[in-house]
Design a protein around this ligand. Structure first.
Ligand SMILES: Cc1cc2nc3c(=O)[nH]c(=O)nc-3n(C[C@H](O)[C@H](O)[C@H](O)COP(=O)(O)OP(=O)(O)OC[C@H]3O[C@@H](n4cnc5c(N)ncnc54)[C@H](O)[C@@H]3O)c2cc1C
Length: 382
């Protein structure tokens, strides 16, 4: 096993693999350590929706710039990641939500995003299966360039491209200890041996809190079980992702025809729980059929769970921590870490290689939680 690297990345999800690719392309010697297989964390369980409609400038600009990268990513990586842009339709249920939606749209348009506010009558034009009365909406917002990609294909395409650039991937290898010398990262101990490195990236999903605790850095992450299901395959019915912040539901139709979607059960609380629940099946099917009665007789085939790594303001924790030089955070994605992964990798690469920072990166550092006020992301499901 290699015993030295420029950068060790802990975690082989979409964020670890996309960062490995960008760093290796800049000629850094990169080792990715993954305790299971690539995509075995949240990445392999996710809905993989890509949405640019956010309430905070940081999330919106990360997503908008990520979409620009996603649009060319299959060609860049030389593999089809199944990126498609069917849009996101966000249900708006009352005047308070409408007021917030209008504010969001104004901010998103100021960043150059094309996004519309639709009346209830215009909604079936986007997704004819929707019943606007059942949804109980007063409006919706719609962005046609939002979309979806295949999370497995995306992650493996990044990893293959990173390997071609010389990166090393150690799968089924767990990080058990981090060593700091003179307040700087020194080495990473794994179940296969030790790797010395001056830069260590913590991209371990919900386990990032355990990794950071190895060097006494507390991360304010909360694990939330998220349940998600897939139906049998159907003929093409609609292209958009449909979501509601109030009801917590999201669903879209995949290229192969199945509907994939999720909703939090009302009694869900934070905790390390992985068991799928019967309550989810009931709540999901009732809400889905209220939104799209035509799906009443469709069979659900699969149902699985994984975690959101949720921060107090629902925005990621990125960048170097003040306590340990060379210890870089890349977690706290709060349920939207797939869609912003291209830009997260770019920002962290620019920081690690060139020492370059940006306003977005600065606003997402761990130290932001020290201050009193919080700029909370409001456009979240569940
Ligand atoms: C049900 C569900 C639906 C979602 N839908 C969407 C969506 O539509 N759009 C979107 O953008 N996001 C969505 N997300 C969120 C998204 O999946 C995550 O934010 C994203 O995949 C995080 O990727 P990651 O690489 O940061 O972490 P992960 O994919 O969790 O990868 C972390 C990796 O670190 C490894 N690891 C942990 N500890 C160690 C250790 N000690 N040593 C070595 N390796 C270790 C783990 O095995 C894991 O593979 C969803 C999540 C869930 C659960």
């Amino acid at each position: 096993m290699k015993n030295k690297a420029d950068v060790v990345i802990i975690g082989g999800g979409v964020n670890g693999c996309s960062l490995a690719y960008r760093l290796a392309r800049r000629n850094l010697d990169v080792v990715v350590v993954e305790k299971g297989y690539l995509t075995s964390g949240a990445t392999g369980a996710c809905g993989a929706g890509i949405r640019q409609q956010w309430s905070t400038k940081e999330n919106a600009s990360l997503a908008i710039q990520s979409v620009k990268i996603f649009e060319k990513l299959s060609a860049e990586l030389g593999q089809d990641i199944e990126f498609r842009q069917g849009g996101y339709l966000i249900a708006v249920h009352d005047s308070k939500e409408l007021e917030q939606a209008e504010k969001n749209v104004e901010m998103q348009r100021s960043l150059g995003l094309k996004v519309d506010v639709l009346s209830p009558e215009e909604i079936p034009r986007i997704a004819p299966l929707l019943d606007v009365q059942g949804m109980a909406v007063v409006a919706a917002t719609f962005c046609p360039t939002d979309g979806h990609a295949n999370p497995f294909r995306t992650t493996f395409a990044y990893a293959d491209a990173a390997k071609k650039q010389g990166a090393t991937f150690l799968t089924h290898t767990e990080v058990t200890k981090l060593t700091v010398r003179n307040k700087a990262m020194s080495s990473v101990t794994t179940t296969q041996g030790e790797v010395a490195a001056p830069v260590v990236v913590n991209a371990a999903g919900i386990d990032s809190m355990r990794i950071a605790a190895m060097v006494q850095v507390p991360l304010p992450l909360m694990p939330f079980r998220k349940e998600i299901m897939a139906t049998e395959r159907l003929e093409p019915l609609f292209e958009a992702m449909v979501i509601s912040f109030k009801d917590g539901i999201y669903f879209s139709q995949q290229k192969e025809g199945q509907i994939v979607g999720g909703i939090p059960i009302p009694e869900e609380r934070s905790g390390f729980k992985t068991m799928p629940t019967f309550a989810f099946l009931q709540h999901m099917s009732r809400t889905l059929v209220r939104y799209a009665p035509v799906l009443r007789h469709v069979n659900m085939l699969r149902h699985w769970t994984n975690y959101y790594d949720v921060t107090p303001d629902a925005r990621p924790i990125l960048g170097e921590v003040p306590q340990v030089k060379g210890f870089i955070q890349c977690s706290g994605f709060s349920g939207h870490g797939f869609m912003i992964s291209p830009m997260v990798a770019k920002l962290l690469t620019d920081y690690i290689v060139d020492g370059k920072t940006t306003e977005v990166l600065e606003n997402l550092r761990l130290d932001r939680f020290k201050g009193g006020s919080m700029n909370k992301e409001l456009s979240v499901v569940g």
